[in-house]
Design a protein around this ligand. Structure first.
Ligand SMILES: *[C@@H]1O[C@H](CO)[C@@H](O)[C@H](O)[C@H]1NC(C)=O
Ligand SMILES: *[C@@H]1O[C@H](CO)[C@@H](O)[C@H](O)[C@H]1NC(C)=O
Ligand SMILES: *[C@@H]1O[C@H](CO)[C@@H](O)[C@H](O)[C@H]1NC(C)=O
Ligand SMILES: *[C@@H]1O[C@H](CO)[C@@H](O)[C@H](O)[C@H]1NC(C)=O
Ligand SMILES: *[C@@H]1O[C@H](CO)[C@@H](O)[C@H](O)[C@H]1NC(C)=O
Ligand SMILES: *[C@@H]1O[C@H](CO)[C@@H](O)[C@H](O)[C@H]1NC(C)=O
Ligand SMILES: *[C@@H]1O[C@H](CO)[C@@H](O)[C@H](O)[C@H]1NC(C)=O
Length: 428
């Protein structure tokens, strides 16, 4: 019964984004009191320590060296870059997470399987970024996360300010270009923004790999799309209750991770079903053992404006700047409609990986992106029919189904010669 209550609350909380703040903080405090004490002493032999570790600690526990660097964006946000340093002469790679995620998502699968570790094993210098607003990047030189102004950004600002700050930091430190940028979901949207709006930064990147690319979204199948008609109300609620923040990481979810999803199979199924409902159903690839770890790290906070920017894309069918309404658009853009991102200007070679079971990224939208980008070196449908949005990070067979092809692409010398790799370029 306790579980049922929590599921209802969580569902309400995550789908409406409107649970009263008092209730949440009370539940959080309650969770904090119970979980940290009983959890640690529960003598649970199945207990995975990653549930209570942060990215840096998880990496060290897996036996790798780990560093954290703080970079400041042009508009004052302080971002944490995690790193598994490579040796001298190693090639730098930047992995960039998606909406509500963090650098931790690249290591959750564990040693021998997670993308960050496999890249480190192959001698790359692995950097894991954290966008403004998530657990590791909730800081600004003058604004506080409790102020609305802190949350006045979308994936547009992540592309225009966050990625340039991180990429410039890495390339300056290593005195060489970024060998590969690997993005998942919002980590791809923001890259396309950066590459079209700030071509001087994009020139520092030799290759980009898009896992579950998100640019055009109007064919999305996820129930998230049913939020579209309510977005104006949603916006007001988010402003009122959360100071414009959406789904921050807190002990409410950690409590849930422990007491909702750690107990038995039936409860695990309910928790996983909520992920499947949004992202696509793929029970075979989901490792239920990892669920407590996943729920402890995600959702990790985002701005309401980011969500609204995506909702606008769903409505307009366009990949373009934030729509402030006619009058403010005229002031901001000198046009009543927001300008499109100029995908045709992106010269970086890009690979597009998508899953046919992904409810958030539809094949039709990926094909349209493929036609819009001038330099696509590979387009790849993961050969698993149910492969969903989060499988790129957490699937049992992600190394075999996805990462092996990523490594193959990264080792290519001639980026424009698709046939030299045995890859087929599809007709546009
Ligand atoms: C868990 O217990 C160990 C010792 O048994 C202690 O060192 C550690 O700090 C505890 N962790 C937490 C989160 O309380
Ligand atoms: C855990 O195990 C220790 C030693 O076996 C025992 O003293 C302790 O009471 C156990 N704790 C719980 C919560 O069962
Ligand atoms: C890397 O190079 C620096 C200076 O060039 C040197 O001090 C260091 O020992 C080298 N490290 C390795 C692992 O080769
Ligand atoms: C994109 O390319 C066009 C044509 O070359 C150019 O006029 C435009 O300024 C470019 N846009 C950006 C954002 O660089
Ligand atoms: C605004 O747009 C109009 C018409 O498109 C153009 O004539 C004008 O020069 C633009 N103004 C600025 C400041 O760019
Ligand atoms: C599931 O995750 C656990 C914990 O990391 C791991 O020990 C196990 O091998 C994983 N199972 C599969 C099939 O990948
Ligand atoms: C591409 O690679 C194939 C196989 O290695 C080679 O035969 C072909 O000449 C190359 N094409 C170009 C344009 O370099």
């Amino acid at each position: 019964m306790r579980l049922t209550a929590i599921v209802c609350l969580l569902t309400f909380y995550s789908f409406s984004g409107a649970a009263p703040t008092n209730m949440i903080s009370e539940l959080s405090a309650f969770a904090r009191r119970i979980s940290w004490t009983s959890w640690n002493q529960s003598n649970n032999t199945n207990f995975n320590p990653d549930v209570i570790l942060n990215t840096l600690e998880m990496i060290r526990r897996a036996g790798y060296p780990a560093e954290a660097h703080v970079v400041t964006t042009e508009d004052g946000y302080l971002l944490t870059l995690h790193r598994i340093p490579g040796g001298n002469g190693s090639l730098p790679v930047l992995l960039q997470h998606g909406l509500l995620c963090t650098s931790a998502d690249w290591v959750i699968l564990g040693k021998g399987k997670a993308l960050a570790y496999l890249l480190a094993d192959q001698g790359y210098d692995v950097w894991l970024g954290n966008f403004r607003g998530n657990t590791y990047s909730r800081a600004h030189i003058s604004l506080s996360p409790s102020e609305s102004r802190f949350w006045d950004f979308s994936f547009n600002e992540m592309g225009i300010h966050d990625l340039p700050a991180m990429i410039t930091f890495i390339t300056n430190m290593r005195s060489q270009p970024l060998h590969t940028y690997i993005g998942h979901s919002m980590g791809t949207s923001s890259f396309y923004v950066m590459a079209s709006e700030r071509p001087e930064i994009a020139r520092m990147v030799q290759m980009m790999i898009s896992l579950a690319p998100v640019a055009f979204t109007n064919h999305m199948k996820s129930p998230v799309k049913y939020l579209v008609p309510f977005w104006r109300q949603l916006k007001v609620m988010l402003q009122y209750f959360f100071h414009d923040e959406f789904l921050p990481q807190n002990n409410f979810f950690r409590f849930f991770a422990k007491y909702g999803c750690d107990q038995n199979i039936v409860e695990n199924e309910i928790c996983a079903d909520m992920i499947f409902m949004i992202c696509g159903y793929d029970r075979e690839q989901f490792n239920y053992t990892l669920l407590p770890v996943i729920l402890n790290h995600d959702p990790a906070g985002a701005s309401a404006k980011t969500l609204l920017h995506y909702v606008q894309g769903l409505q307009s069918g366009k990949f373009r700047q934030f729509d402030y309404g006619r009058e403010k658009n005229l002031l901001m853009y000198n046009s009543s409609e927001p300008p499109n991102y100029d995908l045709a200007n992106i010269t970086v070679p890009i690979a597009l990986f998508y899953g046919s079971g992904d409810r958030l990224v539809n094949i039709v939208d990926v094909k349209r992106l493929y036609r819009a980008l001038p330099n696509v070196m590979d387009i790849y449908e993961v050969p698993w029919p149910k492969f969903n949005h989060v499988d790129f990070l957490w699937a049992k067979d992600a190394p075999k189904l996805v990462y092996e092809r990523v490594f193959k692409l990264m080792k290519r010398k001639n980026l424009n010669n698709v046939t030299s790799m045995g890859l087929q370029r599809r007709s546009k």
